[in-house]
Design a binder for this molecule. Structure first.
Ligand code: TXA
Ligand code: MG
Length: 332
């Protein structure tokens, strides 16, 4: 199969046609690119699992073009869910609610609940609107790989496996949505993301936080799998001394350090080692936006990736939730 990459209206129109014919299409969102199918068509949804090599017990998020379409997917919307929808949708949040019968087992992996997301990305919303059905979509990477934030990342993983990638440039947020369960009408974070537990607690008064993630008994089904794995050895260094130490012990692997600019400034002073450094600036928003594309770049150019333990804000914790998986929890 030839994989086409199309921008703008051309991409949206062709994509909607493919979805109507039971096919799958990659499309941009503000978080990461998704790989979508008609959420009411289990046969179409199976194609997503096949293309990604995704375990079938990991449920998909269903995307809607407008907030009011939540009830096409969920059987009911709880008061707390309504408040979160009002506060954060469209945007990078996924609400887990009881599902409607029309949403099949392929989407929910047999659960009675379903994750629903209304993206803010304009192309995503136009595309989903044009499809006229809710769109089930995981991130558009091959299973276990780094989530894609550019059309070219999707192409790397999916060339020959899907007919079309709608190109919407770089994703603004850069990490996946916050997944929040509201089935008991209280917020429980199943996967941390751009919207933090603090922001949710501001709206609801409280929010349960599962961020102390124990990989094997993590709350969102998907959290238990190997994830975000770069092609080269990846480790985390907590602080400048640790970063320098790891680098010195591995110079034969031509490593690169991915870090805050303020850390880069200190490292650059060590002229002896002349470190390979990629600075992501000092803002966690930029770190989140650039982290996945930087890892995809670094794995092609270097044989070892050393990542700083980002810790400035609550958003850094969400970034680290991904990076810890990339590094198999190897922190020095
Ligand atoms: O930002 C995002 O959420 C992106 C874009 C494309 O929307 N999508 C995404 O999908 O990250 P995926 O499949 O890579 O991750 C979905 C996560 C998984 O951890 C999955 O287990 C969890 O959401 N999930 C989905 N439905 C669920 C449900 N009914 N109950 C609990 N967790 C659920
Ligand atoms: Mg994913």
């Amino acid at each position: 199969m030839k994989t086409e990459i199309l921008k703008g209206t051309k991409g949206i129109n062709k994509g909607a046609k493919i979805i109507k014919n039971g096919g799958i299409v990659a499309f941009p969102t503000e978080t990461v690119y998704g790989l979508g199918a008609n959420a009411f068509d289990d046969d179409a949804v199976h194609k997503i699992f096949e293309a990604k090599g995704r375990p079938s017990d990991n449920p998909l998020i269903v995307h809607v073009a407008r907030k009011k379409d939540i009830l096409k997917v969920a059987s009911d919307i709880t008061p707390c869910a309504q408040k979160l929808a009002d506060a954060f949708m469209p945007g990078p949040i996924t609400l887990v609610l009881n599902k409607r019968v029309e949403i099949g087992d392929a989407v929910t992996a047999g659960l009675n609940t379903v994750g629903i997301r209304c993206p803010s990305n304009k192309i995503a919303r136009k595309f989903i609107g044009k499809c006229k059905v809710p769109i089930a979509a995981p991130s558009a990477n091959a299973s276990t790989r780094i989530s894609p934030t550019e059309a070219s990342h999707v192409f790397e993983d999916m060339n020959g496996k899907i007919p079309l990638i709608i190109d919407g440039g770089s994703s603004d947020v850069g990490i996946e949505s916050t997944v929040v369960s509201l089935v008991n009408d209280e917020a429980v974070i199943l996967r941390p993301g751009y919207i933090t537990s603090e922001q949710i607690a501001e709206v609801l008064g409280s929010c349960k936080d599962f961020q102390g993630q124990i990989i094997n008994s993590a709350p969102a089904p998907g959290m238990k799998y190997k994830h975000y794995a770069p092609l080269v050895e990846t480790v985390i260094g907590d602080g400048v001394t640790a970063l320098e130490e790891i680098y010195k012990n591995n110079t034969d692997k031509e490593p690169v350090i991915i870090c805050y600019e303020k850390t880069a400034e200190i490292l650059r002073k060590n002229k002896d080692l002349n470190y390979n450094i990629i600075s992501l600036g000092n803002s966690d928003k930029i770190v989140a936006k650039k982290i996945f594309s930087t890892m995809r770049y670094a794995e092609k150019k270097y044989r070892m990736i050393i990542i700083e333990y980002f810790k400035e804000t609550k958003l850094a914790e969400s970034v680290m939730n991904r990076i810890l998986k990339s590094a198999g929890n190897k922190v020095f």
